[in-house]
Design a protein around this ligand. Structure first.
Ligand code: SF4
Length: 368
């Protein structure tokens, strides 16, 4: 396949990616400076070459909310910030199963059990750990969705156990570049996060790890974050955009520090740097993109979406997400769960009050 926009930097990069080459940091920085009008169709062509023409939907449940001892500057669930969110202890495993069933009904192909806090500790909170395992087994045995988990920092033993229970993807976002991370979080390090990802991978799980854009990082940070993720070896790359939460250090600004063209440009560059990963639009997309802009990332290489609600903020309806996917000329993935997109759209049309996929979720981001 030959792809030409007339932009030499973009065309040469695409030709190398299609040839199986990995782009490097110099390439990423050069691409980040190119017009989005050239990058978007080029990234779309790379997605078309390596992807399957579908957009994969996942959904999450915030299985335990708030009271987290960490101080991630964007997060409503940290005890360090007065955000007024509803906090609750670990949901009953049956409630988590019900959220998974709703997600499956609404077209999610994978379902993530997310627990706020640095980690669900097998040693420190054995009962909670056992309840999480029970929930994982219930979702595994009683639905057709793939079970994912986001339980914070993992030991080797914990990673092995949840992998053996059938967890498919382990989510643990790196949030931003190694350079910028200490500006956002002081209670744990970038390396802590990478070590957990490595333990999850060594245990046999696929990795879902991404970023939050618009936290004051530079375009260079965005490229460096993507390259750090490539070093770890991910298969799903969630792209969150900051949805500021009042009371957090990043909540009192005028919104995310990023424009729509920059969001789309970053998605396109991520597709070129990660030609085989699912580049997944996640938290903050509705807050930062107008309704008539939401399809644009999916015409710039994105091929995954988090549907339903986020951890502490509401998402839009699954029907709206399906329409965005179709507007971009793509189809929802039905590999794990052969749902009928028309039925989802019809049901929500009939009953606008229907709960969204992860109905129990009430942070901005998609990880703990
Ligand atoms: S992002 Fe996770 S670790 Fe950081 S404060 Fe929020 S819940 Fe805690």
């Amino acid at each position: 396949m030959v792809y030409e926009t007339g932009n030499r930097t973009v065309d040469e990069a695409v030709a190398r990616v299609l040839d199986g080459e990995s782009l490097d940091r110099t390439d990423g920085l050069a691409l980040m400076a190119q017009p989005v009008e050239d990058l978007a169709p080029a990234a779309d062509a790379v997605r078309a070459e390596f992807g399957d023409g579908t957009v994969d939907a996942c959904s999450i449940v915030n299985a335990k909310a708030g009271n987290c001892a960490e101080d991630c500057g964007f997060c409503a669930q940290s005890v360090h910030f007065d955000t007024g969110i509803d906090t609750y202890g670990l949901l009953d495993p049956e409630e988590i199963l019900e959220a998974a069933k709703r997600a499956e009904r609404d077209g999610a192909q994978r379902f993530g059990v997310v627990v706020a806090e640095k980690g669900v500790s097998k040693e420190k909170r054995p009962e909670e750990w056992q309840d999480v395992l029970r929930a994982i087994r219930l979702v595994r045995d009683e639905t057709d969705v793939e079970v994912d988990a986001s339980l914070g920092i993992l030991t080797e033993e914990e990673a092995r156990i949840i992998a053996e229970e059938g967890v498919n993807h382990y989510n643990h976002n790196i949030e931003t570049s190694p350079r910028y991370f200490p500006e956002i979080v002081s209670t744990h390090s970038f390396e802590d996060r990478v070590e957990t990802l490595e333990r999850a991978k060594d245990a046999g799980m696929d990795l879902c790890a991404g970023v939050i854009l618009g936290m004051g990082e530079t375009p260079t940070d965005r490229v460096d974050a993507a390259l750090a993720l490539r070093d770890v070896g991910i298969s799903s790359l969630p792209v969150n955009v900051l949805n500021p939460v009042a009371g957090t250090p990043l909540g009192d600004d005028d919104g995310a520090d990023i424009t729509t063209p920059e969001i789309i440009r970053t998605v396109a560059v991520y597709r070129l740097l990660h030609p085989h990963a699912r580049v997944r639009l996640t938290g903050g997309r509705e807050a930062n993109l107008d309704a008539d802009e939401q399809h644009l990332p999916f015409e710039a290489g994105a091929d995954g979406i988090l549907t339903g609600d986020y951890l502490t903020t509401d998402g839009q309806s699954p029907a709206d997400d399906i329409e965005i996917i179709e507007e971009a000329g793509l189809e929802p993935n039905t590999e794990s769960n052969e749902f009928d997109p028309e039925a989802v759209k019809a049901r929500v049309d009939d009953d606008p009050a229907v709960e969204t996929a992860a109905g129990t979720a009430t942070s901005n981001a998609t990880d703990d």
